[in-house]
Ligand binder design. Structure first.
Ligand code: PHE
Length: 339
């Protein structure tokens, strides 16, 4: 009996298999009820009592070795099968979910596209600005109350360095570098120290525009904005301009569009007025042109600025601005397929 066990021990130290099926064959050969190891356990009953201890130990070792060997062979084949399954099955359907564009990006791209038809190109600038580009060059005198219109985040208690409150700062940077004609739009992120609510956020997005040339008039501004409003909200859209105040434009206006949700009849989005304000605009103040080295006796121009969140909310009837920043997939997925 002991010889038999030793013989089997030698045998199993050399076994190998080419496939999972062969491993199964080995298991049957040694460990099934009729297998050779099991047969030895049957024989064990007839071993004389004084030998039982020695033979029993050997027998157990044999069984463990066979089981161990078979488990190792099996695990090897299974891991190869798994890998092959994952890596090389080119027919497996793709389960990756394609991403969707953020609604603010969709609308920003649309705005850029609409103005590109009128010959406007795009420029961007820094989000951390100095007082000159965000305020002083734009005709905000020091200590002037108009600075309070835009609650500013200052950086490291330095009143000279701040997070830009509007992308008008990029208009200044452009005018300092370029002589007219200038026809550009300026998309970007802006920052104001405002409490977060359904209608306001401390970070939001703007697109501002600037057109400077000889003989640019308020009529050009009005026609440009009418074209934009109809491209964005539909060809039946009406606009109206109300007088307003900005330090960098004179005269200044705010533009409303007819409410595209109720068609002008009155609803809670337009607060039952039939009109929704979407942008500020005006003729560039001659002081601003002079501050940037553009001769205000020769050139005139207009500027306008709008919040992308506001336009997007109107276009898609979104009632809470905070949704744009929460990255809730249930909200974002609704814009899949829109470019
Ligand atoms: N910069 C203004 C704002 O952020 C918008 C604006 C731009 C108004 C250009 C007039 C002309 O509120």
């Amino acid at each position: 009996m002991i010889d038999k066990i030793h013989k089997l021990l030698g045998e199993i130290s050399e076994i190998s298999a080419e496939s999972l099926e062969e491993v199964e064959q080995l298991r049957l050969k040694y460990l099934s009820k009729k297998g050779s190891v099991s047969a030895l356990f049957d024989d064990f009953r007839s071993v004389p009592p004084e030998k039982k201890r020695e033979v029993g130990q050997l027998l157990n070792e044999l069984k463990n070795q066979v089981q161990g060997k078979i488990d190792t062979l099996k695990a090897g084949f299974e891991s190869i099968e798994n890998k092959a399954d994952k890596v090389s099955d080119l027919t497996r359907p793709v389960t990756l979910e394609p991403g969707t564009r953020h609604p603010l990006s969709i609308v920003r791209n649309q705005i850029i596209e609409i103005f590109s038809h009128l010959g406007y190109t795009v420029a961007v600038g820094p989000e951390i600005e100095d007082d000159w580009h965000n305020f002083s060059a734009l005709n905000f005198p020091p200590e002037h109350p108009a600075r309070d219109m835009q609650d500013t985040f200052f950086i490291a208690r330095d009143p000279e360095i701040l997070l830009r409150t509007h992308t008008s700062s990029v208009q200044i940077r452009t005018m300092e570098k370029t002589q007219p004609p200038i026809r550009m739009i300026f998309p970007g992120r802006v920052f104001r120290n405002e409490a977060i609510s359904a209608r306001a956020h401390c970070i939001f997005h703007q697109v501002e525009g600037l057109y400077i040339d000889k003989n640019v008039s308020f009529a050009d501004l009005k026609q440009t904005l009418l074209y934009f409003a109809r491209e964005m909200f539909g060809e039946n859209t009406q606009i109206r301009l109300r007088p307003s105040y900005f330090p960098f434009t004179e005269p200044s206006g705010e533009m409303d569009v007819s409410c595209n949700i109720c068609g002008g009849v009155g609803c809670n989005i337009c607060k039952y007025t039939g009109w929704v304000e979407i942008l500020g605009c005006g003729m560039v103040d001659p002081n601003v042109l002079d501050n940037c080295g553009i001769d205000s006796n020769v050139y005139t121009g207009f500027a306008f600025g709008m919040g992308i969140e506001r336009i997007t909310m109107l276009k898609y009837q979104i009632k809470d601005l905070r949704l744009f920043f929460e990255n809730d997939m249930r909200f974002l997925r609704q814009f899949s397929g829109t470019i």
